[in-house]
Design a protein around this ligand. Structure first.
Ligand SMILES: Nc1ncnc2c1ncn2[C@@H]1O[C@H](COP(=O)(O)OP(=O)(O)OP(=O)(O)O)[C@@H](O)[C@H]1O
Length: 259
């Protein structure tokens, strides 16, 4: 189905990514629809995290554009870029919490940075965000005092602190046992539904890809470009590309999750 501009949260147009002279991927063009859970997938080293860094303003394209609505992220002024960045939330691998700060302080940080809310307003907001991820009552714990899954959830609370329109996740289930990974997937789905947010996820976890993905792009390291895109379940059913099929069918458990 053809999307209209209003349905598009983020659009990538003829993007080429390189480190110095070394091209990682070229000519990537795709739209992330509003409300999508969009998966960036592909084998190890193909450039998934590099693409994420381009999408969130951390790495300038060698060529092409990353657009939020009409605004091309790397062509607008730095103040406009900052305003765009306020509309996104990022959950890094491991939650990336500051170890010397309590969960409360970690989640409060972006709120103090980007808003002029009063202390009482910040307190209420932080408590609300922590309760959304099931961490009500853990405000005064330090990251070292909680489990890996709880750290991810605290990172998620921080990523959501400013009610972002788009949430970006880099390998959210890395390092989690299957049950915690499943719970995190459920939480991502719940939050997406309740907040109406758009989610972009880098992951190689097949179970997650099929459980939550509504759209995707598949990067190939050999060809250095995208070789497939679309709903991962549909790709599994209809793709004729052996590289895509191989990727989406490794591991019997994950395969049966998709059927
Ligand atoms: N800062 C950097 N400078 C130079 N090369 C880099 C840098 N970061 C990544 N690369 C290279 O770019 C390529 C893509 O890396 P990237 O981490 O984006 O891949 P990935 O698909 O996320 O990998 P993985 O699935 O293993 O995490 C790799 O060959 C990597 O060595």
């Amino acid at each position: 189905m053809k999307t209209t501009d209003q349905d598009v949260a983020l659009s990538v147009d003829h993007l080429t990514m390189a480190y110095g002279e070394r091209v990682i991927q070229r000519n990537l063009s795709f739209d992330v629809g509003r409300g999508d859970i969009f998966i960036i997938m592909g084998g190890s080293g193909c450039g998934k995290s590099t693409l994420l860094r381009h999408l969130v303003g951390l790495k300038e394209p060698a060529n092409g554009h990353v657009c939020y609505g009409e605004a091309s992220l790397y062509d607008v002024s730095s103040s406009e870029q900052r305003a765009l960045m306020k509309r996104i939330g990022i959950l890094y691998q491991g939650g990336a919490l500051f170890s010397a700060m309590t969960l409360f302080e970690n989640v409060a940080l972006p709120i103090f940075q980007y808003t002029d809310y009063t202390k009482a307003e910040v307190r209420e907001l932080v408590q609300f965000k922590l309760s959304l991820v099931g961490l009500g009552g853990f405000e005064h714990h330090f990251p070292a005092e909680i489990s890996g899954g709880m750290k991810k959830r605290a990172g998620l609370a921080r990523a959501m602190a400013l009610d972002p329109e788009i949430l970006f996740f880099d390998e959210p289930s890395a390092g989690l046992d299957p049950l915690s990974a499943r719970r995190l997937d459920d939480l991502i789905l719940e939050l997406k539904d309740s907040l109406g947010a758009t989610v972009v996820v880098v992951t190689h976890e097949l179970a997650s890809i099929f459980a939550i993905g509504t759209n995707s792009v598949f990067l190939d390291a050999g060809q250095k470009t995208m070789i497939a895109s679309g709903n991962p379940r549909e790709l599994l059913r209809h793709s004729t590309d052996p590289r895509v099929i191989r990727f989406l069918t490794r591991g019997e458990n994950s395969f049966s999750e998709a059927s």
